[in-house]
Every structure is written in structure tokens, then in C-alpha cells.
Design a protein around this ligand. Structure first.
Ligand code: AMP
Ligand code: GLY
Length: 435
């Protein structure tokens, strides 16, 4: 097949790398790609959200299969556009992609489907939202309704903080039109985990669980980012509980979408909080998470293009794809300043040395990099995802950090606690149980 993969992050490097390991020989184009994807296929300079331009490329290059990495092309209707031209495309149509594109829509679907989630209210008017916040008298999560690259959520411990977030979104328009509507929900406490599944209509193949670390700095401090590291499996969501949670939060959504006449296809990703009252959904995404995709694909042993194409053709069988039992862990190295304004142009060195720390068990995925005259330079907020496999979380973690130590990247930072913290407490539970 001639495959067009859309995106430029660590997720897309991981996808391109796995697509290239298929039994069949495929030709892979990546739009726009990065310094890592350039080695797995051919980068082509297209903006990921511009559907007409992408479709021109699809026609001109006789692309058979389009795989969108990020949410923007999905929300903008790439699946619908491909369907009109008879081109296979992995993911949900634009209407269903609103599960991620509008937090108010996601809440409406959850309510209709009976999926457990935090109590909430939706506002278009800032004064009314402020009144709600002051009356509610409890920690709240204030969320811009539309897409904000994972940064449009503020978890506020008091009313002043929540009001400041509301004004930033609704009056100062920090997120543009995405913040004209806000969802305000009760803050939840517990362990956060991600459950992703390949879905087509009502067939669901869950992936192993994953855990993302969203805040910029250690110990869950600092602003929310797209994710500073991740590992799989998540200790808090062991294999034997995945079926139960799939039934609780994924199947009802698929059923509801079908009832609305728009059967779901692609990845459905539930961001969950495991609270004292049971699991509750924080958000849905309609694509692979980034960086979660990096450790997940390190563990994947099947034929990825075949699986994604079966899913897109709605021929997903009940057969579970194969995953190694090892743990995979990814540490993101980001440019200083991320998720705000960040440094650019720094040289990236030591990638080969990092992968040589444990050959075959370490892969350095590129995110915001470009290759220029044989050398790699940093151009994005998240620059690299250093990912390692190990027999358990501790070994994966040790290997990933040993690999990070080999990389030379000025003006950068990374979290030192990926895979520790709550997880370490769980590991050492005296009765040996994991949840
Ligand atoms: P979202 O994009 O909705 O997943 O929100 C981003 C992050 O904000 C989540 O991964 C959580 O860490 C945090 N968050 C979102 N909603 C809540 C909530 N209701 N209670 C506590 N934390 C939340
Ligand atoms: N890492 C979170 C996300 O991809 O949304």
C-alpha cells in the first residue's frame, strides 16, 4: 500500500517505525513528519489540518491508506473526505471526532450512554460561569470546550483560581474560539490511567493500559502539557480489569454513537480517574495518545498496517493483537520553556549511544526535530521520546533514564519521576496486590 501518515510528533515516529516493520512492503509518506520519520519514509510538507491540500496530495500520489496521527485532521473531516473519494482512512468521521473536539459534546454522549464521569455544567457566558464556580464551593476542573493541544484544562483548588481560568478562556480568549464555551466539572481524586481500544462499530479490541504524566515538572507540579512521559502497562489498571472497564466506559459510547447513526471507527481513548467511587472518565480522545503511543507500540508485536486497515474497513475480528509482556517506558525530553515559549535550533546528539545502552530494547523517537545536512536539530516543544523495554517497570525505567543520560541537548529538561510516585507506592503494597 501507499500510506500517508499525518503528523509530526513522537507518536508519528513510533507509528512510522511500526508501519515499516510489516510483513508486506509499504511505501510510507509522512506529512509533515520530523527528523525521525524521515528515516522511516518520505516526509512531505503539508499542514496536518488542511484537508483540501491533503486530498490533493492523496490524489496526486495515488495514496491507498491515510492514517491521521493527531486529532486536528479527524475533527476537520479527513475521514469523511477520504470516504467521498473511496480512499481508506483510519479513524472516526468528523461528527464522531467531536468526542474529542468538543468537551461539551463528550459530556452529552457520556450522560446519554450512562458512562461514569464527574458532575458538570456547560457555559457560554462568563458571569454565569463565575456564579456557578462560587456557589459550587469545591475544587473544580475548568475546561475549554474546543481543541487546545492538551493545555485547555485548569484544575483549580479554589474559586479564585477557577475564576481566573474562566476569564482567561472566555474573556481574554487564551485559546481563541476553543474557550468561548467552557465545561466546569468537579475535580476528581485518584490514580489516572489511559485505556485505548481499536474500535469498529461495536467490535472492541482494547490495547494494554498506559499511564501518562501530564504536568511539566516532577511530582505533578507545573502546567499541563501534552504529556512528559508514559509507560505501559499502568500498574493501577492490570490486565484482568481491562474487560470490566471496557464494558463500563467504551462499549456504551460505541452503542450510543451507533444509535445516533454514526458508528464509530478507529481508536477510542478514555482518560480515566480511578476514584474511591470507581473509574470515571476525564476525557475521550479519538486517536493514539502521545507519548502513550510510544511505549504501547514498543510492546506491539503484530502487523500494524494490516490491523489499522482491518479496523478502517470495519473488518476488525475478535482476535487480540499480540503484545510483549515486558513493560515499556518513555521519558520525553523537551525544550526549556515548554509548554510556553521555548528554545529552538539546538543540536541533538547521542541518539545512537542512547540506543546502544541496551540494543533492541531502546528506541529514541523524534518529536520536534529536523534533520539538516546530516545533523539533527530541535524545533519543537517536545523534542525526543526516549523509550525502553524492561522485564518490569523498574528495569524499563532504569534503561530509559540510562539512555537519556547519553543524549546531549542544550536548553532542555525532562521529568525525573516517570514511572515512580504513585506507581512506586503501588509496587511496594505489602500484600503484593497492584490495585
Ligand atoms: P483532559 O484533557 O480533560 O484529560 O484534562 C487534562 C488533565 O487535567 C487530565 O489528564 C487530568 O490530569 C486533569 N483533569 C481533567 N479533569 C479533571 C477532573 N475532573 N479532576 C481532576 N483532574 C482533572
Ligand atoms: N498524552 C495525552 C494525549 O495524547 O492526549
Amino acid at each position: 500500500m501507499r500510506i500517508l501518515l499525518i503528523g509530526s510528533g513522537g507518536r508519528e515516529h513510533a507509528l512510522a517505525w511500526k508501519l515499516g516493520q510489516s510483513r508486506e512492503k509499504h511505501e510510507i509518506f509522512i506529512a509533515p513528519g520530523n527528523g525521525g520519520t524521515a528515516r522511516e519514509g518520505r516526509n512531505t510538507d503539508l499542514p496536518p489540518g488542511d484537508i483540501p491540500l491533503i486530498m490533493d496530495f492523496v490524489r496526486a500520489n495515488r495514496i491507498d491508506f491515510v492514517i491521521p496521527g493527531p486529532e486536528l485532521p479527524l475533527v476537520n473531516g479527513i475521514v469523511d473526505a477520504c470516504a467521498r473519494e473511496g480512499v481508506l482512512c483510519f479513524g472516526p468521521v468528523a461528527y464522531a471526532a467531536r468526542l474529542e473536539g468538543s468537551k461539551a459534546f463528550a459530556k452529552e454522549i457520556m450522560r446519554e450512554a450512562g458512562v461514569p464521569t464527574a458532575d458538570f455544567a456547560v457555559f457560554n457566558d462568563c458571569a454565569a460561569a463565575e456564579k456557578y464556580v462560587r456557589d459550587r464551593k469545591r475544587p473544580l476542573a475548568v475546561k475549554a470546550d474546543g481543541l487546545a493541544a492538551g493545555k485547555g484544562v485548569v484544575v483549580a483548588s479554589d474559586a479564585e483560581e477557577a475564576v481566573a481560568a474562566l476569564r482567561g478562556m472566555m474573556l481574554e480568549k487564551n485559546f481563541g474560539p476553543a474557550g468561548e464555551t467552557v465545561v466546569i466539572e468537579d475535580a476528581l481524586e485518584g490514580e489516572e490511567v489511559s485505556l485505548l481500544a481499536f474500535c469498529s462499530d461495536e467490535t472492541v479490541l482494547p490495547l494494554p493500559s498506559a499511564r501518562d504524566h501530564k504536568t511539566a515538572w516532577d511530582e505533578n507540579r507545573g502546567p499541563n502539557t501534552g504529556g512528559m512521559g508514559a509507560y505501559s502497562p499502568a500498574l493501577a489498571l492490570p490486565e484482568h480489569r481491562i474487560g470490566e472497564i471496557t464494558d463500563l466506559v467504551l462499549r456504551p459510547v460505541l452503542k450510543t454513537m451507533k444509535k445516533r447513526g454514526v458508528p464509530y471507527s478507529g481508536i477510542l481513548y478514555a482518560g480515566l480517574m480511578l476514584t474511591a467511587d470507581g473509574p470515571k472518565v476525564l476525557e475521550f480522545n479519538v486517536r493514539f495518545g502521545d507519548p502513550e503511543c510510544q511505549p504501547l507500540l514498543m510492546r506491539f508485536k503484530g502487523d500494524l498496517p494490516a490491523l489499522l486497515a482491518d479496523c478502517a474497513r470495519r473488518r476488525l475480528s475478535g482476535a487480540t493483537p499480540e503484545w510483549t509482556n515486558e513493560t515499556a517506558l518513555c521519558v520525553v525530553m523537551a525544550a526549556k520553556g515548554y509548554p510556553g515559549e521555548y528554545s529552538r535550533g539546538m543540536a541533538v546528539e547521542g541518539i545512537a549511544a542512547a540506543e546502544a545502552v541496551m540494543p533492541g530494547k531502546i528506541k529514541v523517537f523524534h518529536a520536534g526535530t529536523r534533520e539538516e545536512q546530516g545533523s539533527v536539530r530541535a524545533f519543537g516543544g517536545r523534542v525526543l521520546g526516549v523509550t525502553a523495554l524492561g522485564a518490569d517497570l523498574r528495569e524499563a525505567r532504569e534503561r530509559a533514564y540510562a539512555a537519556v543520560a547519553e543524549i546531549r541537548l542544550e536548553d532542555s529538561f525532562f521529568r525525573r519521576d516517570i514511572g515512580s510516585g504513585e506507581a512506586a507506592v503501588l509496587v511496594s503494597a505489602p500484600d503484593g496486590s497492584l490495585s
